[in-house]
Design a protein around this ligand. Sequence first.
Ligand code: HXC
Length: 258
Amino acid sequence: MVYDTIIVEQRDAVTLITLNRPQVLNALNTLVLEELSDAFAKFDGNPSQRCAVLTGSEKAFAAGADIKQMSEKAAADFFLEDFFSGWQSKVAATRKPWIAAVAGFALGGGCELAMIADFIIAADTAKFGQPEIKLGVAPGMGGSQRLTRAIGKAKAMDMCLTGRMMDAAEAERASLVSRVVPAADLLEEALKTAAQIAAMPPMAAMVNKEAVNLAFETNLSQSILIERRLFQILTATEDKKEGMAAFVEKRQGVWKGR
Ligand code: HXC
């Protein structure tokens, strides 16, 4: 598939995906969703690729869903096509780890997309917000749910009801992002972190992602039981044998991915 709205590059075991609609600050339309879904599915299906980074431009990660596209649709269109359900059923279904590297605006759907990532590394220029209320709507790509789980009710309500932006320092204090770096270092830091993850035993990386995500899906006693089972399943892998042998023999592990 040739992409119009994104650029995909492979850097060793890391897939770098760049949103590329600079004229509209990377606004997310149906084509972006289709192309990103395809790129993430290919990343997931390619055994040579172990971690991905999704980024935007210096000015904007993404300034939200495409307001022009949405302004032309009637309520029945949104409902009948189940508008933007693919962010959940496709992009969020990616099984391998991926990081959002955010500089500039991450607003509305842009903030929601960043929150679908396994974690966010922010440039000191990043600005997060859920300004949908100003357009007479509300988040529709998981924002009200993921933001509340990430930063708690008080701040999530503040963001959704006022539509204000949160800068990178506040986002780090609120645990919306895992770290903040100078804008000039953002991509290098994200790629370095992704390479670190890509060097881990791949099944263990996928299971660790699945295990952390369980915390948002079910109650504590069930999720702790599932976590224990996931751990036990991983002990059957060749990479577990290799990882523990490598530790004992004081050398680096060499992973088979199974
Ligand atoms: C379509 C957009 C856009 C968007 C910016 N542009 N955001 N086009 N959809 N979400 C376009 C502008 O129209 C403009 O095009 C160009 O990008 C540059 O933007 P400016 O506004 O001129 O830049 P600036 O003055 O720097 O302001 C930046 C900004 C502002 C603060 C980010 O663009 C803005 O407020 N954007 C909208 C943010 C927003 O409300 N997002 C939430 C969308 S709703 P022209 O042609 O004029 O040069 C949403 C719902 C998700 O995301 C759930 C869906 C199910």
